[in-house]
Design a protein around this ligand. Structure first.
Ligand code: ADP
Ligand code: DP6
Ligand code: CO
Length: 365
């Protein structure tokens, strides 16, 4: 390589982004198209505070890179999978001319097809443990790449439709606050996008607590669990066709009206029905464990004793609880209760803390 070429090849252009995770209060569970990741029902979620549960991803491009590579939490992972490939292809095809101001380098839009990328991502919470790391991860990846290649959406939700092809739940993490994923009707998935229902300021008093029951990687990934449920559970089809459409309407109303009692009731029953679907699959899939069940029991008893929901619980595809409280005062009472009934194991690193709107309650399993 000549000196001049070395000079030309010495630039690296990079962008870093952070995206929070989101927790569904009406669950997405089941695909009608596995390739494009098109769901069988609408879903609604709350995007968490990025200070606590988020993915941070740096994407870099340089002529000195000889292949696309990715590191997740410090370990190299393969980008060969269809999901990464679909996201990279969709993003690259929308890349625009970019001038890197630091080096003065012009990257022409056609260059994005041939230049290679290095991607490094880190989650500040357990990966593949049912706290929606795939949502934060793919939303962050797509957002960071879009920034790198100076992509602007041609229609609202275009980036969410790309993130969706990485992991369904990721489309909702591109927006803050309360978000709905419209399942859409089109066969190409162009209308299967996320829309923001309300910003987080709309319901500022709502506090979300994450109780990490186990940070271990789950045995059955969301993708596999969902596929097996679609193939074997009758309840899943009843849920998608008869139950969820009504709940979506009710949940939107509850959010619009700050109606915590309805919000909490629908959140809990929807989580329980999603786990009932998993149990209805053959063979059954268990995402919750004994500690998860004890948390449900504790909250149900408290809510029944008070006569109106004090807090809600929801569990994604994993044993970890996400609990919503209508105010910091109630969240404080909840923390006291949980710490009493589930004292954090001192042999484990995590302990409980509350900062901002989202709290993480350490390992209680
Ligand atoms: P979770 O409940 O954490 O979402 P999933 O089974 O849905 O678990 O997805 C886990 C997978 O998501 C990981 O194995 C990895 O492929 C992908 N993933 C997680 N975090 C990231 C990230 N930061 N960037 C890219 N992909 C990620
Ligand atoms: C239970 O989005 O992780 O968290 O689309 O196959 O990547 P893939 O699955 P994923 O599934 C999330 C399921 C859920 C409910 C939800 O987030 O709506
Ligand atoms: Co996931």
């Amino acid at each position: 390589m000549s000196g001049e070429q070395r000079e030309l090849n010495s630039w690296v252009f990079m962008v870093t982004a952070r995206a929070p995770t989101n927790i569904a209060v009406i669950k997405y569970w089941g695909k009608r198209d596995e390739k494009l990741i098109l769901p069988i029902n609408d879903s609604i979620s709350v995007t968490l505070d990025p200070d606590h549960l988020s993915a941070t991803t740096t994407v870099a491009v340089s002529p000195s890179f000889s292949s696309d590579r990715m590191w997740l939490n410090g370990k190299e992972v393969s980008l060969g999978g269809e999901r990464y490939q679909n996201c990279l292809r969709e993003i690259r095809s929308r890349g625009r001319d970019v001038v890197d101001e630091k080096s003065g380098t012009l990257i022409k839009k056609e260059d994005w097809q041939t230049l290679h990328l290095h991607i490094a991502s880190h989650n500040n919470f357990p990966t593949a443990a049912g706290l929606a790391s795939s949502a934060a991860g793919f939303a962050c990846l797509v957002y960071a790449l879009a920034k790198l290649m100076d992509i602007e959406e041609r229609y609202a939700g275009e980036l969410s439709a790309i993130a969706r092809q990485g992991s369904g739940s990721a489309c909702r993490s591109l927006y803050g606050g309360f978000v709905k994923w419209d399942m859409g009707k089109e066969r190409d998935g162009s209308d299967s996008i996320a829309v923001q229902l309300a910003t987080e300021e709309h319901w500022e008093e709502l506090v979300i607590l994450v109780a990490v029951v186990s940070s271990r990687q789950k045995e059955t990934s969301s993708t596999t669990g969902m596929r097996e449920s679609v193939e074997t559970s009758e309840l899943l089809h009843h849920r998608a066709q008869e139950v969820v459409p009504k709940r979506i309407v009710q949940m939107q109303e509850a959010i619009a009206n700050h109606d915590f009692a309805s919000f909490a009731r629908i959140t809990c029953v929807d989580s329980n029905q999603f786990h009932a679907v998993c149990l209805d699959a053959s063979p059954p899939i268990f995402y919750m464990n004994d500690t998860s069940h004890r948390i449900i029991n504790c909250i149900e008893k408290w809510n029944r004793f008070e006569g109106t929901p004090q807090v809600s619980y929801t569990f994604d595809a994993g044993p970890n609880a996400v609990i919503c409280a209508p105010s910091r005062k109630v969240a404080g009472l909840l923390l006291q209760r949980l710490l009493y009934y589930f004292p954090p194991d001192s042999s484990k690193e995590l302990s409980s803390y509350v900062i901002g709107d989202t709290s993480i309650l350490g390992e209680i399993g």
